[in-house]
Ligand binder design. Structure first.
Ligand SMILES: Cc1ncc(COP(=O)(O)O)c(C=O)c1O
Length: 394
């Protein structure tokens, strides 16, 4: 977590509570702070036993944890913990090789959240704004606020999809004010993709040279063949910055590792604003994770199977689920989500924060089979069964 994000969390999120601007990673801490916490005070953490007792379906993590290969690699790196310079498994080279780019196209960061901040600092000078949609992963917008600028946020289009023609129109109409465009693909919180044709349409339609940050945090969970990574656009020489993370598929959220892929020129512009401080353990863990494709395939299969099962159970119970391509989904609950979050909490299930204006949807991360069963039991206790409704909502 970067300094700017941390100060945002401790200073502002407490005051704003559930207004929909707190980073997801803080839902747990945030709910513990209700009533009495002072803006600027350090955040309260739960006791370990209390924390362990929850099904944590609020932050889109990987509930299974890192595979054996990654744990082994990290454990072997403890011997470097007293050093600044040490062998790091050539992580940058390995990432570059994985994507077919050069090492100068990679910037290592403490989670991809740092990429989002660094892109903001680099490409929003002198009050330039970021253009994106709402709801989406709002860290980019929060960072814009922290550096004293703002975002231009467009509503989602039909069926909660990102409206690419509207984005192109806004990018052209407001070009002089804009520093970059933010596209979260697949989008968080809806779980929906922007197709590869739409990404091309966007890149071709916005003013030439306008940077586009494409956040591919959930890339690994997508099954839809109409989706593709946008890394080839970097190779084509377009001003695209891709954000990737080891937090999701590779289960290293607590270890903080992510990276940007961009032109060497843009990486050079961004580098001065990054902390450049990645710990020795996760560097080795990252190298092992990249190589352990079998574990990644197995995580993807478990996530896809569980998300399909849970969506089918909810649909059979009469509730509409947005057809997600990620390790989380949104269910239309038909009433305000804020009190519902607390109801789930009292049943030892943590669900996602509100995502205005979709405040009658609840975002739920995929957990283990047991956790999803616990979620379904809680859901049925909180909500009545409904006759199947085929009206809008998915
Ligand atoms: C879309 C998206 N981007 C980026 C992040 C940041 O994750 P991290 O900093 O752990 O890589 C998240 C975390 O939930 C996310 O949902």
């Amino acid at each position: 977590m970067t300094v700017s994000r941390r100060s945002f969390v401790s200073g502002v999120a407490t005051a704003l509570g559930y207004m929909g601007v707190a980073p997801e990673v803080d839902l747990f801490a945030q709910t513990r702070r209700q009533g009495g916490a002072v803006p600027g005070a350090p955040r309260t953490r739960s006791a370990v036993d209390d924390w362990d007792s929850f099904a944590k379906l609020s932050s889109n993590e990987n509930c299974w944890g890192p595979p054996e290969s990654v744990m082994k690699a990290m454990n072997s790196a403890w011997k470097y913990s007293n050093r600044y310079g040490y062998p790091d498994g050539n992580l940058v080279q390995e990432i570059a090789r994985h994507h077919g780019v050069k090492p100068e196209n990679i910037l290592l960061t403490a989670g991809s959240g740092e990429v989002l901040d660094v892109v903001g600092t680099t490409f929003l000078p002198a009050g330039k704004k970021v253009l994106g949609v709402e709801p989406t992963y709002s860290t980019v917008y929060q960072h814009a606020t922290s550096i004293k600028t703002t975002a231009i946020k467009l509503p989602l289009g039909k069926d909660y999809r990102i409206d690419i023609p509207a984005m192109i129109k806004a990018a052209n109409a407001q070009a002089s004010q804009l520093g970059f465009v933010y596209l979260c693909n697949p989008n968080n919180p809806t779980g929906l993709i922007v197709t590869k044709q739409e990404v091309k349409q966007l890149l071709d339609g916005i003013p030439q040279g306008m940077p586009v940050l494409i956040d591919e945090a959930y890339h690994h969970f997508v099954e839809d063949p109409n989706y593709a990574t946008s890394v080839p656009y970097v190779l084509e020489g377009r001003p695209v910055v891709i954000a990737r993370t080891f937090s999701k598929i590779a289960a290293l959220a607590g270890m903080r590792l992510g990276y940007a892929i961009a032109s060497a020129e843009n990486i050079q512009k961004m580098r001065p604003y990054s902390m450049g401080s990645i710990n020795a353990l996760v560097k080795w863990g990252g190298v092992a994770a990249l190589k352990d494709t079998a574990s990644q395939a197995s995580v993807k299969k478990m996530v896809v199977d569980l998300r399909k099962k849970t969506a089918a159970d909810l649909t059979a119970y009469g509730y509409e689920v947005i057809p997600t391509e990620t390790n989380f989904f949104m269910v239309h609950i038909g009433r305000e989500v804020v009190p519902v979050i607390e109801e789930f909490r009292s049943k030892k299930v943590l669900v996602g924060r509100p995502f205005p204006p979709m405040t009658q949807h609840m975002r739920v991360s995929i957990g283990t089979a047991d956790e999803m069963a616990q979620f379904m039991t809680a859901f049925k206790e909180i909500f009545p069964a409904k006759a199947r409704n085929t009206a809008a909502g998915v």
